[in-house]
Design a protein around this ligand. Structure first.
Ligand SMILES: C[S@@+](CC[C@H](N)C(=O)[O-])C[C@H]1O[C@@H](n2cnc3c(N)ncnc32)[C@H](O)[C@@H]1O
Length: 330
């Protein structure tokens, strides 16, 4: 196996550049005819804590379903990615705290598989948690966390060694893009990889609309707090003056298109300043926050073929709520 050129963690984030990009994205988004904010900004320290609460709450079935796959089908997943048994770099995009991935990492280690783990995340806070947890539970695992945006960090990870690559993109993160954006994302992914590289990609499947809607309208109100936290973050980091009590979370699901969308609705006519900008809201005007797209299996296979992959294997949870699809770069 090639030696990784750098094994300590890598930080690709320039904090001044990052906050000026955050400001531009927020102002442009809130000045658009349909106001919108990018869900990648959900994940500051408090956002990470709230997301962990969402993942643990009863109504949010997604994490339990994918955890079921990683706990009970590790061997199947491992066989699906080991391919020709050559050494590989396991690169996870948006790794979060890697609690699900842990089961696969443990299984691969127990099988003496020759691999290294490179978790990528935009949040340095969650990467610190991940690194500490893995150091305590799998001390012999080589871990090289990379803090940065998906593709910039992936390019960095690919420069570190010439080993075969296996990419993990779990947690239905792909669902936080529209179907068109997902297709472009997968195309870009295959273009950044080499023939024979593989990916495991987690999709939330279309199911009873009531089950889906409940997952994003949890009784504890964590999803609502998670969305509102982005306004708090704008206040704290971009000199904003949102009155959080003047906004309310609203969720929709359309079983025809599979789009599950989060909005924040302005409860009154109001003006908000962010730095030197003033944003006006009419009563009931909405900010589109995030899509959580649901897919049918046929749509997933189509996406694989259209983006330069061939499907290898599908792993399901016991309720068939979720699929981790293994694809190979064609
Ligand atoms: C929905 S969580 C999923 C975490 C984990 N994959 C799981 O399945 O439990 C999404 C993670 O992706 C990260 N993330 C979101 N947008 C990102 C981006 N553009 N680049 C890198 N990481 C990103 C977030 O910080 C967060 O930890």
């Amino acid at each position: 196996m090639d030696t990784l050129k750098e094994l300590e963690s890598i930080d690709l984030m320039d904090s001044e550049e990052t906050s000026s990009q955050f400001y531009k994205d927020v102002v442009n988004g809130l000045k658009a005819p349909q106001k919108h904010l990018s869900s990648k900004y959900f994940y500051n320290e408090h956002g990470d804590i709230l997301f962990q609460k969402i993942m643990n709450c009863k109504d949010y079935y997604l994490t339990r379903a994918e955890m079921d796959i990683f706990q009970n089908s590790s061997a199947q997943l491992a066989d699906g990615i080991r391919a020709n048994a050559s050494a590989f770099d396991l690169i996870e995009l948006g790794a979060g705290d890697a609690t699900k991935t842990f089961h696969l990492l443990k299984y691969l280690k127990e099988q003496n598989t020759d691999f290294r783990y490179l978790p990528i995340d935009i949040s340095g806070y969650i990467l610190d948690i991940l690194e500490n947890n893995l150091f305590a539970s799998l001390p012999n695992l080589s871990v090289c966390p990379i803090q940065g945006d998906y593709f910039e960090a992936l390019q960095k990870a690919c420069e570190l060694s010439s080993n075969r690559k296996v990419i993990l993109f779990l947690g239905a993160n792909i669902g936080n893009m529209s179907p068109k954006e997902s297709l472009n994302f997968c195309r870009k992914l295959s273009q950044n990889l080499t023939k024979g590289d593989r990916i495991i990609i987690g999709f939330d499947l279309k199911k009873n609309p009531a089950t889906i809607l409940k997952a994003y309208n949890d009784n504890e109100g964590f999803t609502s707090q998670f969305n509102l936290n982005l306004l708090v973050r704008i206040n704290q980091e971009l000199k904003g003056n949102f009155n959080i009590a003047n906004f309310e979370h609203y969720q929709t699901y359309d079983p025809e298109t599979g789009a599950c969308k989060s909005y924040l609705v302005s409860l009154c006519k109001q003006e908000v300043t962010i730095g030197s900008e003033t944003i006006s809201f009419t009563q009931s005007e909405s900010i589109f926050m995030e899509v959580s797209q649901k897919y049918a299996l046929t749509e997933i296979e189509k996406m694989a073929f259209e983006s330069g992959f061939k499907p290898i294997l599908n792993c399901f949870d016991t309720h068939n709520y979720f699929v981790d699809a293994i694809w190979e770069v064609a």
